[in-house]
Design a protein around this ligand. Structure first.
Ligand SMILES: [Zn+2]
Length: 332
């Protein structure tokens, strides 16, 4: 699964510019689903048709987009100012590198703040340097988008990369689709767009699909770093089954079913309560007249930095947990 993860995390795809990563996913799943569509917003939807009358219609999502930047103006010396896509933390930016759709790299610099050098920078104090000497020389245009740039690294069992949020969820869905040999259910694998700017893709996909239940696969924070947030979730202790986050209360039947399936299969799992942040499941839950929704979260450190970190064993266990869910009947 690691070569797949490497391809996905190193792909370009800030919110609204998901075409490159979407085509990559489409190639990876070719021939596996019964059919594949791209909806008007850009969500890639791969459907495995229902095999048994009693089967449910399930919607699984992982988002294609990553946080990033859009060029808002370029100054006389060729430096670009940017607006963010999603929760960009200026503390994680300075000295970092970004990459544009055409592969061009840029370095993130910050205005000199002589008066208060130790004050954390704001986004408006950041700029991107692509090596231009003047405005005329700068190859960027207003509206060009960039994501962070870092290659995947392995530190023992830990994987470190940009955009593990949520390309690791995308990898888990692809791997689940590859390994799914039989299911009584109709399963729509939704590779969603524009999650980082307000769960937009999953909302329209959920409206269109009219599923019986929905599940997001995304990352969650952990409480296992020095002076970290008070939170039960740790790297390496298995997929986290969401109980609640700042925008949703997971359907208790789905939460309980996931706990039960993990137990039956002897898979490690943990329960997640996330204070700040949410996932596509929150948008699915309030689509149409309401859709029961839950979330399988892959524990991740340093979310929304260029060096997000997950444990490979949690990733593998997440695939197994989803297979346990999809291969058996669901009674409610
Ligand atoms: Zn995410």
């Amino acid at each position: 699964m690691k070569p797949l993860i490497k391809k996905l995390v190193e792909a370009y795809g800030p919110s609204g510019s998901e075409a490159q990563v979407r085509e990559l996913v489409r190639e990876e799943i070719r021939g596996l689903p019964d059919y594949t569509t791209v909806d008007p917003l850009g969500n890639l939807i791969a459907v495995v048709k229902k095999k048994a009358k009693s089967g449910k219609k399930l919607m699984l999502t992982a988002h294609l987009d990553e946080i990033g930047f859009i060029v808002s103006h370029i100054d006389d010396r060729g430096f670009a100012r940017v607006h963010p896509f999603g929760g960009v933390n200026p503390l994680a930016c300075v000295g970092g590198r970004v990459r544009f759709a055409d592969g061009r790299l840029g370095v993130i610099g910050v205005d000199s703040r002589r008066d208060e050098p130790n004050k954390p920078p704001t986004l408006s104090e950041l700029f991107i340097d692509v090596g231009a000497a003047s405005r005329e020389d700068c190859p960027l245009k207003v509206g060009d988008s960039a994501g962070y740039w870092r290659p995947l690294e392995e530190l023992g069992d830990r994987l470190v990369a940009k955009s593990l949020d949520d390309r690791i969820g995308v990898a888990v869905l692809i791997e689940t689709l590859r390994a799914l040999k039989r299911t009584p259910h109709e399963v729509a694998f939704v590779f969603s767009v524009q999650e980082e700017v307000g769960l937009r893709g999953a909302g329209v996909a959920a409206f269109g699909l009219e599923a019986d239940l929905g599940l997001a696969v995304d990352v969650t924070r952990t409480g296992d770093t020095p002076n970290g947030v008070k939170m039960e979730v740790s790297l390496g202790l298995g997929p986290a089954i969401k109980v609640r986050d700042s925008r949703m209360i997971a359907d208790p039947r789905i939460k309980d079913l996931l706990v039960q399936r993990a137990g039956e299969a002897g898979l490690p799992s943990q329960l997640e309560i996330l204070e700040a942040g949410s996932t596509d499941a929150a948008a699915i839950q309030i689509a149409r007249g309401g859709i029961p929704a839950g979330c399988v979260s892959i524990p991740a450190r340093y979310i929304h930095t260029p060096s997000e970190m997950v444990d490979y064993r949690d990733v593998q266990a997440s695939v197994k947990l989803l297979l346990e869910l999809l291969q058996k009947p669901i009674d409610f």
